[in-house]
Design a protein around this ligand. Structure first.
Ligand code: GLN
Length: 557
């Protein structure tokens, strides 16, 4: 197993995750089995309890881990489901070591950061690689060198070179090279200092990657090589591009893949980058375009909906179209004298209500769903967005104060209610219904057509929720026209029959899913519900209102 360690310096939010994922894509395109591990030096056990407004979305893995959004980048760029244990935090490491200490596993020893914490970190990194059956493991250390909290992790990756040998380990340091407009200069000093800080903990980078506005002139990369003692030709620029899927191509062009091959003594290979080339071509010169409104809560923080935006992009690529996003603040839609759905949605081709928690913006989202239903605008409801669609339907058939017990415990019609398995749950960390769960898609539904299984069948999608459609209301809702197109297949005592998906039959496209298909969408394989949604939005834009979206590719893996 070969290890690539990616550290960052100068500032945070440099796009280290995308750079890491892009490097992974270059090795994957050479046929290697690659996985990636994210180290987050915070004390939280996972990202599940953190604010999306600050950290971006919580990405959910197949195994049900609630992780940093970079894991989503890895899955999309590497086209893999990362195994359990791919997001390591300080909290997890300490919790384990302290448990072992209490169990007596270290009897008679003084338990210390070195070696006990560092050993546990190394064990976890190796295990994540082994579980993925990887030939190359890329380990991204979150944060910035010099942070107190990342020190034990840096020490662990320093030791890994000692354990595994130079020929099996590669250190990449990512920094920022600012451009000063006043003096028309690229400044390398912060990079020099950052590498010096990394050296002070015993790590000398083999490759320096810099983020900058533009591709750096050779004089600057040579200067960086000289001051940081990396070999000439081992300085790469990750310059600003219009779409992240250009990054692998930009790095390959500069020879990053070759540099990794040379360092590890691997055979020189020709990478197959067709996926990225095709994506970039469509994104740059899209034959078609659509505009989708997202009626959500975090409209000023696109990273809070990263996978959702990516899956819309994938669905666009699959339909030869660019997907423009119109952010609609759902709270505004419900205010007295605020924006009306007519104001906000008149110029869009589709409406998407994403997942979410808490009561803010709920009434506005219900209005958005009503507008989509009545005006026959394509609608895709994801998780909370499906629950919203069900509440709206219930209200429209006379259950006036219908609601979710998440928002109104005293509603006379709690059409969305806590799942029985949630009743005994204590605490909020990692306690939802999480990860891959099967959905039985019913024959003859639009959903079955979307997944390419007209006779019905089982597909897997990711979940993250506590509430479900209240089984006591299903009969009434379906008698009034709502179609339940997906359910949880029978499993002993584990929510058999739970509503997984709903749709409206007499509508160009009105689909809601309790799951989050955006977490499984890939640039090379758009998520079927998203692909169908964009096809329907295109049909609306082109005036072909009632055309059933064409669905070809098989859906589930
Ligand atoms: N808040 C809802 C629930 O817990 C929806 C969750 C979501 O959209 N991810 O069921």
């Amino acid at each position: 197993m070969k290890y690539i360690f990616v550290t960052g310096g100068v500032v945070s939010s440099l796009g280290k995750g995308v750079a890491t994922a892009s490097l992974g894509a270059l090795m994957r395109a050479r046929g290697y089995r690659v996985t990636a591990v994210k180290i987050d030096p915070y004390i939280n056990i996972d990202a599940g309890t953190m604010r999306p407004y600050e950290h971006g979305e919580v990405f959910v893995t197949a195994s049900g881990a609630e992780t940093d959004l970079d894991l989503g980048n890895y899955e999309r760029f590497l086209d893999l489901d990362v195994p359990e244990g791919s997001n390591i935090t300080t909290g997890q490491v300490y919790l384990d070591v302290i448990r072992k200490e209490r169990a007596g596993d270290y009897l008679s020893q003084t338990v210390q950061v070195i070696p006990h914490i560092t050993d546990e970190i190394k064990r976890r990194v190796r295990e994540a690689g082994e579980k993925a059956g990887a030939e190359i493991v890329i380990v991204e250390v979150g944060g910035t060198v010099g942070d107190i909290e990342s020190l034990p992790f840096l020490e662990a990756i320093r030791q890994l070179r000692f354990d595994e040998g130079v020929e099996n380990t590669l250190y990449i340091h990512l920094t920022l090279v600012p451009y000063l407009g006043t003096s028309h200069e690229f400044k390398t000093k912060p990079t020099q200092h950052s590498v010096a800080t990394l050296r002070s903990v015993g790590i000398s980078p083999d490759v320096v990657m810099v983020r900058s506005k533009e591709r750096l002139p050779e004089s600057i990369t040579r200067k960086i090589a000289l001051f940081t003692s990396v070999m000439p030709g081992r300085v790469f620029t990750s310059y600003d591009v219009s779409h992240v899927y250009e990054v692998p191509l930009a790095l390959e062009e500069q020879g990053l893949g070759k540099a990794v091959e040379t360092h590890f003594g691997l055979e020189a290979m020709h990478p197959n980058l067709a996926v990225w080339q095709n994506a970039v071509k469509i994104l740059r010169t899209p034959p078609k375009e659509v505009t989708i409104a997202i009626a959500g809560k975090y409209t000023a923080m696109p990273d809070a909906y990263l996978s959702l935006l990516e899956s819309l992009t994938h669905a666009g690529i699959a339909n030869d179209a660019r997907v423009n996003i119109k952010w609609v603040n759902a709270e505004e839609l419900a205010e007295e004298g605020g924006a009306t759905p007519e104001d906000r949605f008149a110029d869009v081709d589709g409406i998407l209500v994403p997942g979410g928690f808490g009561i803010r913006g709920i009434e506005g989202k219900i209005r958005a769903a009503r507008y989509a239903r009545e005006r026959r605008v394509p609608y895709l409801g994801i998780c909370l967005g499906m629950q919203i669609a069900v509440i709206e339907h219930a209200r429209s058939i006379g259950l006036e104060r219908a609601n979710s017990s998440e928002f109104d415990e005293y509603s006379p019609h709690r059409v969305i209610d806590l799942m029985p398995e949630q009743l005994e749950v204590q605490g909020l960390g990692g306690t939802m219904r999480l990860g891959d769960w099967p959905m039985e898609v019913r024959a003859g539904t639009r959903l079955a057509a979307l997944y390419g299984i007209p006779q019905g069948g089982t597909v897997m999608e990711r979940h993250r929720h506590r509430y479900e459609v209240n089984p006591a209301y299903v009969r009434q809702l379906t008698d009034a026209g709502l179609v339940v197109s997906g359910v949880t297949p029978g499993m002993e005592g584990r929510g058999a029959g739970l509503v997984e998906a709903v749709e409206l039959p007499d509508h160009p496209f009105f689909v809601g899913l309790q799951s989050h298909p955006e977490f499984k969408s890939r640039p090379m394989r758009a998520s079927p519900p998203f692909k169908g949604f964009i096809a329907a939005a295109l049909a609306r834009r082109e005036g072909r209102q009632d055309v059933t979206p064409s669905v070809t590719s098989a859906a589930s893996s």
